[in-house]
Ligand binder design. Structure first.
Ligand code: ATR
Length: 275
């Protein structure tokens, strides 16, 4: 029987993960199958159990189940424990191992693909939801000069600051608070782009930015965040396609102990972009 993997979510039919993992499997000669698994909103645990019983070896977990996957894990990596979210499950005997490869994927895309080192840079992270939480530790581990977390609802950013103070130099505020400051790297981890919205950002923050990075992507047009960043002086723009492929490569390594090449897969996905 083929080793079976899937991405579980709701909705999930739009997911690019099957195309990405199939490309990795082909490239590394791994005999495996990777599909999508739509779980009912209130039926995550049962869907995972059912998948395991059918011999499933691992799952990627996407919206809205990352917290439930964290709670279901019987073993957690440090990065998943601190993110309080799991995007990669691995099944071995009775163990359910939970990992979070999102932050590693973002950092790898910025440093290895976009060739921008994070160390000693001033980094602004927009948003304080699950997507932001998942990338804070890997960003701090790269030792930026400062990581500022800005959120529309300020107290959510302050809660994250308190949690992550032991791991590096981190400050919190709302969008206005940082309007006079200079940042090298500005990352959008809000869900605004999903709804084609733009967070209410002061335009000056982009004047010195060498990179504006949107963790979301839109293959039809620049996201509103990237369009705004471009208009206000950001020198380089990137959407979340690279992060998506890099986090997938990390998950593939967790399951198969093989590191696939990511650049050809990023190029394959970008070739269908209309931008
Ligand atoms: P996710 O898990 O994708 O991060 P979430 O936990 O619902 O989703 O968090 C969404 C984040 O996007 C929050 O930081 C939210 O800001 P608030 O905490 O103030 O709600 C942010 N967000 C969503 N839409 C936004 C918008 N139009 N402008 C600014 N921030 C927005």
């Amino acid at each position: 029987m083929l080793d079976l993997y899937a991405v579980i979510g709701n909705p999930v039919s739009h997911s690019k993960s099957p195309a990405i993992h199939s490309a990795f499997a082909l490239q590394t000669n791994q005999t495996m199958e990777y599909t999508t698994l739509l779980a009912p909103i209130d039926g995550f645990k049962a869907a995972v159990e059912n998948f395991r019983q059918q011999g499933g070896r691992g799952l990627n977990v996407t919206v809205p189940f990352k917290l439930e996957a964290y709670q279901l894990s019987t073993r957690l990596t440090e990065r998943a424990r601190i993110a309080q979210a799991v995007n990669t499950l691995k099944f071995e005997g009775n163990e359910i191992s939970g990992d979070n490869t999102d932050g590693a994927g973002l950092v790898r895309d910025i440093e290895s693909n976009l060739l921008i080192p994070i160390a000693a840079k001033r980094v602004l992270l927009l948003g304080a939801g699950g997507a932001a939480r998942g990338v804070i530790l890997p960003l701090l581990q790269k030792e930026p000069a400062l990581l500022a977390i800005a959120n529309r609802t300020i107290n959510k950013a302050e809660i994250l600051q308190e949690q992550f103070i032991p791991y590096g130099k981190i400050v919190a505020g709302d969008f206005r608070q940082f309007s006079e400051e200079k940042f090298d790297i500005i990352i959008n981890a809000t869900s605004a782009s999903l709804h084609n919205e733009l967070p209410d950002l002061p335009p000056h923050i982009f004047t010195h930015a060498e990179l504006a990075y949107d963790m979301m992507y839109n293959q039809e047009a620049l996201t509103p965040f990237l369009k705004f960043a471009q208009q206000h002086g950001a020198r380089q723009l990137a959407d979340g396609i690279g992060m998506l492929v890099e986090q997938a490569a990390e998950s593939f390594f967790v399951w198969r102990n093989v590191k696939p090449l990511t650049k050809p897969v990023i190029a394959m996905l970008k070739s269908t972009n209309k931008i």
